[in-house]
Design a protein around this ligand. Structure first.
Ligand code: AMP
Ligand code: ZN
Length: 136
């Protein structure tokens, strides 16, 4: 897609620090890292988000993520890693070309991604029932 930054990275018209390339997937460094080594894993084909990503690409992206995670542990001494995917703008997706963030983590680095809350009494069962019903 012409106006998509990540398609331009795939085609080579926008520079990037590439880490790994497979038949259908590319991994490159995020330009604004949470920690050094923060990597983005994308399908070469333009897909907007998880919902329009074919299963084979999703699987190949997962394999690439595992390789990136291992190399972050080995080379940058990451003690853990987060794999994060923002889908649609309400969830913080800024670049509308599907991508997984692989973020190296360190003991006591102080990052907390999401604040959590508790259910009001009865709400957990109600929401569970609604979702099960829609899925059946
Ligand atoms: P998201 O909020 O999930 O859409 O994240 C998009 C990510 O892409 C952000 O973390 C940006 O820092 C990163 N990003 C945007 N443009 C580039 C680029 N040209 N090269 C590398 N990373 C980029
Ligand atoms: Zn694209």
């Amino acid at each position: 897609m012409r106006d998509c930054a990540f398609c331009r990275i795939v085609s080579g018209t926008l520079p990037s620090e590439k880490i790994l390339e497979t038949q259908n997937v590319l991994a490159f460094l995020d330009i604004a890292p949470v920690h050094y080594g923060h990597t983005l894993v994308i399908p070469k084909k333009h897909c907007e988000n998880l919902l329009d990503l074919p299963d084979n690409l999703w699987g190949e992206m997962g394999q690439v993520c595992r390789k990136i995670a291992r190399v972050l542990q080995k080379v940058l001494y990451a003690r853990g890693f987060n794999v994060v995917m923002n889908n649609l703008s309400a969830a913080g997706q800024v670049v509308m070309h599907a991508h997984l963030h692989v973020i190296p983590r360190y003991t006591s680095d102080g990052l907390q991604f999401f604040p959590q809350e508790s259910y009001h009494p009865g709400d957990m069962a109600r929401v569970g029932q609604q979702l099960r019903q829609a899925l059946s």
